[in-house]
Write a protein that binds this ligand. Structure first.
Ligand code: SF4
Length: 396
């Protein structure tokens, strides 16, 4: 996988003051990728050292009052061309810079204050459809023993749990909020494993409960709150779904967004919100663009066929009618399933980074779909699914 990276994050002495500051998390990520280093300010021809630059009123100024907008645009042209030629889907750029900043940049007062806005290069890369993040995103997604990656597995995908080098096991019935009476359906198991996969700290939950079994949205999201309390910041949800004909095919998919058609929302249960800052949660990027891009890159590198699309979460347990499938297709839905959407809402309310993977095990609305055919299809794609998850863990 290729990625564009701000040269200064890798310790290159390209800063305006001639200094350099290596970012350890970005350097570690870069060591696993094919990296295209860019420094638009360096390419601009401006001397180093020189006064710092900031953006104000859409123009770039040095602290001594010199307008250097044209130089910054020239440097961005050079860096953008290198980025475009490389075909890299991801850019990790230095936060707040007037060239590289993403969503927040220094405001032109030289006081360290930031305002909403894009760096000159960042804006161009985003327009090109490249996923642009800062070092903060890389740092926040980096797992550790204190911050393991949570992996919640759906029907037929629980075998991934066998890859875990276990440290301890947790019976779901010992998890706060998990219903004591719940028993696993076929293809699920109710014992979480804390440990590591390929030396990456993880907690794997190899099964879940569903709204259609009569449980509340608060109960089905109890595993998410448990993961959060154990320190997890990244959470990978995997679920079996139906592929909506015309929008997706059977096989593996990366979930890009969701439509919650279950009629439930875990944030409407005010008793379960003690870890949540506000129930009015921003869902504009519910599925982390960074994690999605990493997953796509891993799939492409490994030659694993993966599609991408929107998940519609329905209550179930009956499968969809032809009319419902047609309606979902018109709504732009690729996958339909009976889990995940409420869990993703809870995870976002807790500030967790979400990756959603799905195995479309049947065509939505197909007459011959049974729980057994879903499990059989899951088995067929099991090894690709495992490789995809391991590849993602390797890059975090
Ligand atoms: S923030 Fe961007 S333009 Fe500035 S020194 Fe770093 S790489 Fe160069």
């Amino acid at each position: 996988m290729r990625a564009i990276v701000s040269a200064c994050l890798l310790g290159a002495p390209v800063r305006y003051d001639g200094g350099s500051k290596l970012n350890a998390a970005v350097a570690e990520l870069a060591s696993k990728l094919e990296v295209i280093r860019v420094c638009p300010e360096g390419s601009s021809g401006l001397p180093v050292p020189r006064p710092p630059a900031e953006q104000r009123d859409g123009r770039v100024w040095l602290q001594d009052g010199t307008d250097v907008t044209l130089q910054f645009e020239h440097g961005a042209d050079i860096a953008f061309e290198a980025a475009r030629r490389s075909g890299a889907p991801l850019a990790v750029l230095k936060a707040k810079s007037p060239s590289c900043g993403v969503h927040l940049i220094y405001d032109g007062t030289y006081t360290g204050r930031v305002i909403k806005g894009e760096g000159v290069l960042a804006r161009r890369l985003e327009k090109e459809g490249i996923c642009v993040v800062t070092e903060k995103t890389v740092e926040s997604c980096k797992p550790s023993v204190e911050h393991p990656v949570a992996i919640v597995l759906g029907s037929g995908l629980g075998h991934l749990g066998q890859l875990v080098k276990p440290v301890r096991r947790i019976d779901y019935h010992d998890i706060e909020g998990f219903p004591q009476s719940a028993r696993p359906i076929a293809g699920h198991s109710f014992e979480a494993t804390v440990g590591s996969i390929d030396d990456v700290p993880v907690i794997v939950y190899p099964g879940r409960i569903h709204l259609y079994q009569g449980y509340s949205a608060a109960e089905v999201t109890s595993l998410v709150r448990h993961a959060f309390r154990l320190g997890c910041r990244d959470i990978i949800f995997a679920c079996a779904t139906g592929a909506v004909p015309g929008n997706a095919h059977k096989g593996l998919g990366i979930i890009t967004d969701q439509i919650n058609l279950t009629g439930r929302n875990p944030l409407a249960d005010w008793d379960e919100l003690r870890d949540v800052d506000t129930p009015f949660v921003d869902m504009s990027t519910a599925y982390s663009p960074y994690l999605r891009t990493i997953a796509r890159g891993v799939a492409d590198d490994l030659g694993i066929a993966v599609e991408e699309g929107v998940l519609a979460g329905v209550l179930g347990p009956s499968f969809e009618t032809p009319a419902e499938v047609a309606a979902l297709g018109k709504l732009g839905v690729s996958y339909t399933g009976m889990s995940t959407v409420n869990e993703v809402i809870m995870a976002r309310a807790l500030g967790m980074n979400v990756l959603g993977l799905t195995l479309a095990a049947n065509d939505a609305g197909a007459a011959d779909t049974t729980h057994e055919t879903v499990l059989a299809e899951a088995k067929k794609h099991g090894s690709d699914f495992e490789s995809l998850v391991r590849g993602v863990l390797h890059l975090l």
